[in-house]
Design a protein around this ligand. Sequence first.
Ligand code: 13P
Ligand code: SF4
Length: 339
Amino acid sequence: METLLAEPLEEAKRELFRNGFLDVEVDPTLDLFAEINKLKKEKNAVVLAHYYQEPDIQDVADFIGDSLGLSQQAAKTSADMIAFAGVHFMAETAKILSPQKKVVLPDLKAGCSLADSCPSDLFDHFKSRHPGHVVIMYVNCSAEIKAMSDIICTSSNAQKVIESVPADQKIIFGPDKNLGKYLIRKTGRNMVLWEGACIVHEIFSAEKIMKLKNRHPNAKVIAHPECETQVLELADFIASTTGLLKYTINDGATEFIVATEAGIIHQMQKSSPQKTFIPAPPDNSCACNDCPFMKLNTLEKLYLSMKYELPEVSVPEDIRLKAKKSIDRMMEISAQAGL
Ligand code: 13P
Ligand code: SF4
């Protein structure tokens, strides 16, 4: 039962949380799964989680998905609050699509190296050096960059988005150069690329994957298109996280070498408990195939963010409206393609 003394304490904790002190103490005896489920009901909240989140966060989520699936869910949910267990650009995309809903991110510092590689002032200069180009940007970028773009894409729909543009139209693509190079090979379009990259997908070692393949000759290599060309050349299958998960479910192989962030293996293993999933090795001995930004979110922080409805993600209205146009275009193309 709440006591009068407990209220100022709760207010003090909320203030600490608001100011970024995320280690606000959580009662260790609490059943966080039960508490989060209770908060969902009390606040008409929904938990959306990316596949790169910790397994316990995936297990308590209402929807787990790739960037496209999460945007689609954010656009259609009837919840009053979205607790976004992912990174900042994803929560921002949810807010752009659903401005009337409160969007909270368990840790505001959960950014993205790829989004950070493309600051809006430098990109503005880049755009001005390439007049007459349509700007297609990967969703892993800030709201400001989305507002400067014509169409957004994710790894699930990038090919369709590029093919929606007339063949003689010049294109700027960013911020991921690896995905860009892959799409140039796939579509035959000659795009001008922004030179950004993801720290997680750039770390995989083609040499170590080849050695691993020698030891597991029946294993299939599956890779996310954010990986470098030499890794993609070794892959039996390349797709977004959802695409990779579906492939492991439907393909006859029983062993897979997985070249993307290791969090996805939780769902692969749950869907196919009889199959073996081997995380692709990085080119050093660190655990760099874990995204340090995604992994800033914890079950405790998710619980606190739902309880205090903080930290909230917001987007200035003028930027939101421009960014929404380029995201809406992506949604239309995806719907037409049945994605
Ligand atoms: P998808 O979820 O679209 O596969 O992208 C992976 C990723 O890097 C998200 O940051
Ligand atoms: Fe960004 Fe890479 Fe982490 Fe995805 S895995 S959020 S692209 S740093």
